[in-house]
Design a binder for this molecule. Structure first.
Ligand code: T5A
Length: 236
């Protein structure tokens, strides 16, 4: 992919996945990555796709992830946690996301700035203006071209996450352990973000089977970023 297909001043394309706990983001990122990499005819190598996650995605940011998700920063409060997520994001953007976009890759990121707005802002109580200022400084122009918000009742997402955690013989992390009301505020916050920024965000019903959700995501990508699908067809 060359030029500036999204008009965002860079050759690559930045897609973020957002939503509550256990919504299926990791599952669906792997599926979309495979489908974009394969191209229209299933031939491997048609497009460079980078998959990554937040917090984390770079060695230094992964160290911050371990600390925050362990709950060690919880006593400092949601604003301090927002600063830690921002520090991780700064490194992730500088070392992975921006270089990948600059060489024309499609970057698929599991959570990004909307998670700070929802978790530390709407659910955690940090003032939105403060978080917007932080986002302006840290993210600057590297905003997502498309954000897929995987929506489902938090009871279902938490049950999925708990089942996965049990299978892996581990307990809930810092945020999974919050009360149901916290997760209900998160869901409302993600839907409010989508309503406020409809050009960037697409809400995906995440209650169906993995195949049904994957099909809805491919449809949204084709509708919002047709050059990605066209590019795959051209490469075929
Ligand atoms: N956070 C993050 C902040 O507070 N502020 C920030 O700024 C940022 C960036 C990250 C935590 O950090 C917080 C938010 C999070 O609490 P994490 O471990 O990355 O922690 O957690 P999540 O992003 O929530 O990811 P999860 O791994 O919990 O959930 P996913 O990725 O949404 O779901 P996935 O794909 O792992 O699926 C969960 C289980 O459900 C099954 C899967 O097989 C898996 O077992 N599943 C389905 N089952 C039935 N039907 C489907 N359609 C299914 N899809 C998946």
């Amino acid at each position: 992919m060359t030029g500036d297909p999204t008009g965002a001043g860079r050759p690559g394309c930045f897609i973020t996945f957002e939503g509550g706990e256990g919504a299926g983001k990791s599952t669906q990122i792997a599926r979309l990555a495979a489908s974009l990499r394969a191209g229209a005819d299933g031939r491997a190598g048609a497009r460079e796709v980078v998959t990554t996650r937040e917090p984390g995605g770079s060695p230094r940011a992964e160290r911050i992830r371990s600390a925050v998700l362990s709950g060690v920063a919880k006593p400092y409060g949601p604003f301090a946690e927002a600063l830690l997520f921002a520090a991780a994001r700064l490194d992730h953007l500088a070392t992975l996301i921006r270089p990948s976009l600059a060489r024309g890759a499609v970057v698929l990121c599991d959570r990004f700035g909307d998670s700070t707005r929802a978790y530390q802002g709407a659910a955690g109580g940090v003032e939105p203006g403060t978080l917007s200022a932080l986002e302006r400084v840290v993210v600057g122009p590297t905003r997502p071209d498309l954000t897929l918000i995987l929506d489902l009742p938090p009871e279902i997402g938490l049950a999925r996450a708990r089942q996965r955690d049990r299978a892996a013989a581990r307990g809930p992390d810092r945020f999974e352990a919050e009360a149901l009301g916290f997760h209900q505020r998160l869901r409302a916050a993600f839907l409010a973000i989508a309503a406020a920024e409809p050009a960037r965000c697409a809400v995906i019903d995440a209650q169906g089977s993995p195949d049904t959700v994957a099909a809805a995501i491919r449809e949204a990508v084709a509708a919002r970023l047709p050059h990605l699908v066209r590019g795959a067809a051209d490469a075929a």
